[in-house]
Design a protein around this ligand. Structure first.
Ligand SMILES: Nc1nc2c(c(=O)[nH]1)N[C@H]1C(S)=C(S)[C@@H](COP(=O)(O)OP(=O)(O)OC[C@H]3O[C@@H](n4cnc5c(=O)[nH]c(N)nc54)[C@H](O)[C@@H]3O)O[C@H]1N2
Ligand SMILES: Nc1nc2c(c(=O)[nH]1)N[C@H]1C(S)=C(S)[C@@H](COP(=O)(O)OP(=O)(O)OC[C@H]3O[C@@H](n4cnc5c(=O)[nH]c(N)nc54)[C@H](O)[C@@H]3O)O[C@H]1N2
Ligand code: SF4
Ligand SMILES: [Mo]
Length: 866
């Protein structure tokens, strides 16, 4: 290829759904930029989106179909899968098989999976990781609006005067949208309230942060409801014309005085009152929510408690106002449109409704149609464990890491007679249990559509040649369906599938369903521009999708949660995506957080004898994991926070979900992934280690966390036992290369060594009885270079000023030391000045909050010193 080609596509990560321009250079490399014309991001991208070009290598890819680890051809793999599924169905009935799919599927993949399971196999045993993500929002929307419809769009965040972010770390998880909000706020003075038990980066940017007790959201919003009503803030005309059921909900909120709310939420009455007052007086108010709301045993009630307040004040369907569920995955919304969850049918038609079933069956010309809801994720894996599921097909998700109680999931997968996994890599925990592994096309190769948080459908377009024999997920399923003898899967392109999906949304739709994509019918799929369904605000006309067209208030119950031990809260960090199969390939995305960690309050750390940067064992009766202690007052005493990302692919004995329980919301079936009861104890490491190596290293010691470098890898490690002989230990465990130089300290845990290949640094290893203190960023840059061995063994540059420190700004590669050196010299520098001088925060901007914190801390320190 000699010319550069630029393709307009969409980011495969979060639900913001940013438009991406991917340019294939003449040398085959790919450069990534934000699409200035995409209405989600107008040219911006976050650290993860900007690093997409570095995830396209094929070294980690699954290239060929495999059966029991051996390469086979597609025909053999396809007929084996078809046979096993057909046999299970013939012997044990359609409910003995299941699909577990993903919000990272394209709409076309999702449509085919759902059609195959519900219309042709005749079971509704298809569930998805969206059960762990959006199920409570879906259930809440259905109860309130009669259908799963998101009332807002992104510009509402910019046009609101108050944005309440609850259960959402917006700054890290939806960074481009957060930047849009911040930019609007600079002009408009938007007030931001953050409701989160932790002081997140988002909370630091807020005007008011309510650090509520975990799981007390329903109390807070029931109290708000009562406050609004009793202060005469209800929009009586709206309530009368457009809602049902006020009386019951009023009754349910009756007892929620500010005092009682303060007690339930563990906050001061003044804080609650400040929030309520602000909400009461600001008619342009958006309440945006995500996993802190949805992933809860009371998730659906939390959603409705929020919606109730918006209905009461008529703040819905209007510019700058509404309850706004923010989706997680790139196509969480598209999956809901095609009905790809166990309790849905298709195109917002209901599985419980016989007319709907008949309409869909007729449209599909399907031999049968699932007559009842299927198993939801947690129940589905329970059924796998019980032996009720004989054949399971997992696509585009890694449940062995992301489902709660992961040891139980591993057991279930191990027991299952037939497991098929479709993925872009074989290096996932789930893939280890597969009888058949099918290589899927990855981002950049595949083609289709996704729908973002504001109901905007965008095209993802391929611009790369497919690695190995990878195939589109829809095509893999169609081939299996055909081999099972089903008609109706003869598509030759995603455009045909999309067209069928679009037509299904118009079936039996006389305007009764707002999900009507009819307008897209005559548009060219290849050039389809991003567009929203349901209009900017689907409820602008005040008509909801309930039988009488009115929205429903839903009485909600606060259940106090008692926890004797510590509450384990879990979630995301800024620069990693889920189980790290893609972001984990990019060295710079480890600059922000390098290894599994647990945030713990200084008080609990002291009480439990946990030193900063030491290792902790997080445990309960389901299992245990190891992680680095990040002592921080961002988490209140009694709570700890562990990111969900790490698994045994990146660190021995890590994995947050070993501790999580199967507890779930009774209505949505969504697991309570934000709260488990755990205990912590110090890991009694006899030594801690840090190393870098050009060659791959893997070790079986207790704790070993690795991350990629541009060349080679870096690792952190620790063990309960001291090696008898360090030289032998290092040679055996870490590197094939001979050790060129070493230093043994007086303390038996102290040891440093390095290895050279042709005079270039091949590896270096440092051990100590305390967490190793060396200049990691500098050392990592020395790998593969000609070095001064003394300098390497010292662990830091002998000349001052060369050490960047850990990377704070992943986009511009700016380290903490660089920033603090500038702040030290320029005490009164503004955030803008620091960013301009150092380059930090001038990419996606999501580290600006942390730069601001560094400035504040220096100023505080200087003031105290003065
Ligand atoms: N960087 C990054 N971004 C992502 C992803 C990623 O993996 N990495 N994943 C995407 C996906 S799929 C999703 S679902 C979204 C998730 O996006 P978010 O929901 O914003 O992220 P989380 O970190 O899961 O959880 C949000 C917050 O809920 C808080 N929380 C915990 N318990 C409670 C509670 O009882 N009440 C309240 N009010 N808050 C509580 C937690 O402290 C946490 O800060 O992010 C998307 N974006
Ligand atoms: N403790 C805890 N657990 C959680 C959460 C939490 O907050 N706390 N959050 C939950 C939420 S909201 C979510 S969304 C889930 C996410 O959890 P998962 O969906 O399990 O996480 P991913 O790592 O995104 O898994 C996607 C998989 O699909 C593969 N893949 C990528 N592209 C393609 C493709 O085109 N085709 C195919 N076939 N495969 C592909 C990737 O390599 C990867 O293995 O985790 C949930 N688990
Ligand atoms: S905010 Fe970041 S992760 Fe989300 S879609 Fe945009 S670039 Fe991708
Ligand atoms: Mo999610």
């Amino acid at each position: 290829m000699t010319v550069e080609t630029t393709t307009r596509t969409t980011c495969p990560y979060c639900g913001v759904g940013c438009g991406v321009l991917a340019t294939r250079k003449a040398d085959g490399s790919v450069s990534i930029a934000g699409d200035p014309d995409h209405p989600a991001n107008f040219g911006k991208l976050c650290s993860k989106g900007l690093a997409l070009g570095e995830t396209l290598g094929t070294a980690q890819r699954l290239l060929f179909p495999q059966v029991q680890g051996a390469r086979v051809g597609w025909d053999e793999a396809t007929s084996l899968v078809a046979d096993k599924f057909s046999k299970a169905i013939a012997e044990h009935g359609p409910d003995s098989v299941a699909f577990y799919v993903s919000g990272q599927f394209l709409t076309e993949d999702y449509y085919v999976a759902n059609k195959l399971m519900k219309g042709f196999i005749g079971s509704a045993n298809i569930d998805t990781n969206s059960r762990l993500c959006m199920a409570s929002a879906v259930a809440g929307h259905k109860r309130a609006f009669g259908a799963d419809i998101v009332p807002c769009n992104y510009s509402d965040l910019e046009e609101a005067d108050l944005v309440v972010l609850t259960g959402s770390n917006f700054a890290w998880c939806h960074p481009v949208l957060f930047q849009r909000l911040q930019t609007a706020r600079e002009k408009r003075g938007t007030k931001i309230v953050v409701i989160d038990p932790r002081r997140t980066a988002t909370a630091e940017a807020a005007d008011l942060h309510l650090a509520i007790k975990p799981q007390s959201d329903v109390a807070l919003f029931n109290g708000l409801f009562k406050y609004l009503y009793s202060r005469g803030e209800a929009d009586c005309a709206f309530v009368a014309a457009h809602t049902n059921g006020l009386a019951e909900t009023l009754l349910a909120s009756h007892g929620w005085t500010i005092e009682k709310v303060a007690n339930a939420c563990g906050l001061a009455e003044q804080e609650i009152e400040a929030f309520y007052k602000l909400f009461a007086k600001t008619s342009k108010a958006v309440t945006a929510f995500s996993m802190g709301v949805n992933q809860s045993a009371s998730g659906t009630d939390k959603v409705n408690a929020i919606i109730n307040c918006h209905l009461l004040t008529g703040r819905i369907g209007k510019t700058g106002a509404g309850p706004f569920s923010i989706t997680g995955q790139p196509n969480a919304m598209g999956g809901r449109e095609v009905g790809g969850l166990a309790n849905m049918l298709a195109a917002h038609l209901e599985i419980e409704n016989a007319d709907h079933r008949e309409a869909v069956q007729e449209f599909w010309k399907a031999p049968r149609i699932a007559g009842k809801a299927g198993l939801k994720a947690v129940d589905l894996f329970q059924a796998v464990h019980d032996g009720r599921i004989k054949a399971l097909w997992i696509m585009a998700t890694n449940p062995a890491v992301s489902m709660p109680n992961s040891s139980f999931i591993a057991e279930a997968l191990k027991k299952c007679p037939f497991v098929v996994v479709s993925d872009v890599t074989a290096k996932t925990e789930t893939a280890q249990f597969a009888h058949v592994l099918l290589p899927a096309q990855g981002w950049g190769e595949k083609d289709g559509t996704v729908t973002n948080s504001e109901r905007r459908i965008s095209r993802q377009r391929g611009f790369l040649q497919t690695a190995g024999e990878g195939r589109a997920d829809w095509r893999i399923m169609c081939d299996v369906a055909k081999a099972m003898g089903f008609h109706g899967f003869t598509y030759t392109s995603p455009a045909e599938i999309f067209d069928e999906h679009v037509r299904l949304t118009t079936v039996a739709n006389d305007g009764s369903r707002k999900l009507d994509l009819g307008a897209l019918l005559n548009q060219d799929y290849e050039t389809l521009p991003p567009q929203q369904w349901g209009g900017e605000r689907p409820f602008a006309d005040g008509k909801f999708q309930t039988p009488n067209g009115k929205a429903c208030f839903v009485p909600t119950r606060h259940e106090a949660v008692v926890c004797d031990g510590l509450t384990l809260n879990t979630g995301r960090i800024r620069d990693q995506w889920h189980t790290m199969t893609r972001t984990g390939l990019v060295p710079k995305l480890f600059g922000h957080r390098a290894e599994p960690h647990v945030e713990i309050s200084p008080l609990d750390a002291e009480r439990l004898g946990i030193a900063a940067a030491s290792l902790i064992e997080v445990h309960n009766d389901r299992g245990k994991s190891l992680a680095r202690a990040l002592v921080s007052d961002a988490v209140p005493p009694g709570q700890v926070f562990q990111p969900m990302h790490w698994s045994s692919s990146f660190a021995n004995n890590s994995g947050t979900n070993v501790a999580m329980s199967q507890q779930r919301d009774p209505i949505s079936g969504q697991p309570a992934l934000k709260s488990a009861q755990v205990s912590l104890r110090p890991f009694q490491a006899a030594w801690y280690g840090y190393g870098i190596s050009v060659e791959a290293v893997c070790s079986k010691i207790d704790y070993f966390a690795t991350r990629p470098l541009v060349v080679g890898q870096a690792f952190e490690c620790a063990d309960l036992c001291l090696p008898i002989n360090w030289l032998e230990f290092v040679t055996a465990q870490f590197a094939g290369n001979a050790i060129a130089s070493s230093v043994q300290g007086s303390n038996p845990a102290q040891f440093r060594c390095l290895g050279l290949t042709d005079n270039h640094l091949a590896f270096a290893f440092f051990a100590s009885d305390k967490p190793v203190a060396v200049s990691r960023d500098w050392l990592q840059q020395q790998l593969g270079k000609t070095v001064n061995p003394l300098e390497i063994l010292a662990g830091r540059p002998l000349a001052a000023g060369e050490d960047k420190g850990s990377i704070l700004c992943a986009c511009m590669n700016v380290g903490r030391n660089q920033i603090s050196r500038f702040i030290d010299k320029n005490h009164n520098a503004s955030l803008q000045a620091v960013c301009e001088a150092t380059g930090a925060g001038t990419g996606c901007g999501s580290c600006r909050i942390e730069v601001q914190r560094m400035i504040h801390e220096t100023q505080r320190f200087t003031q105290a010193a003065e």
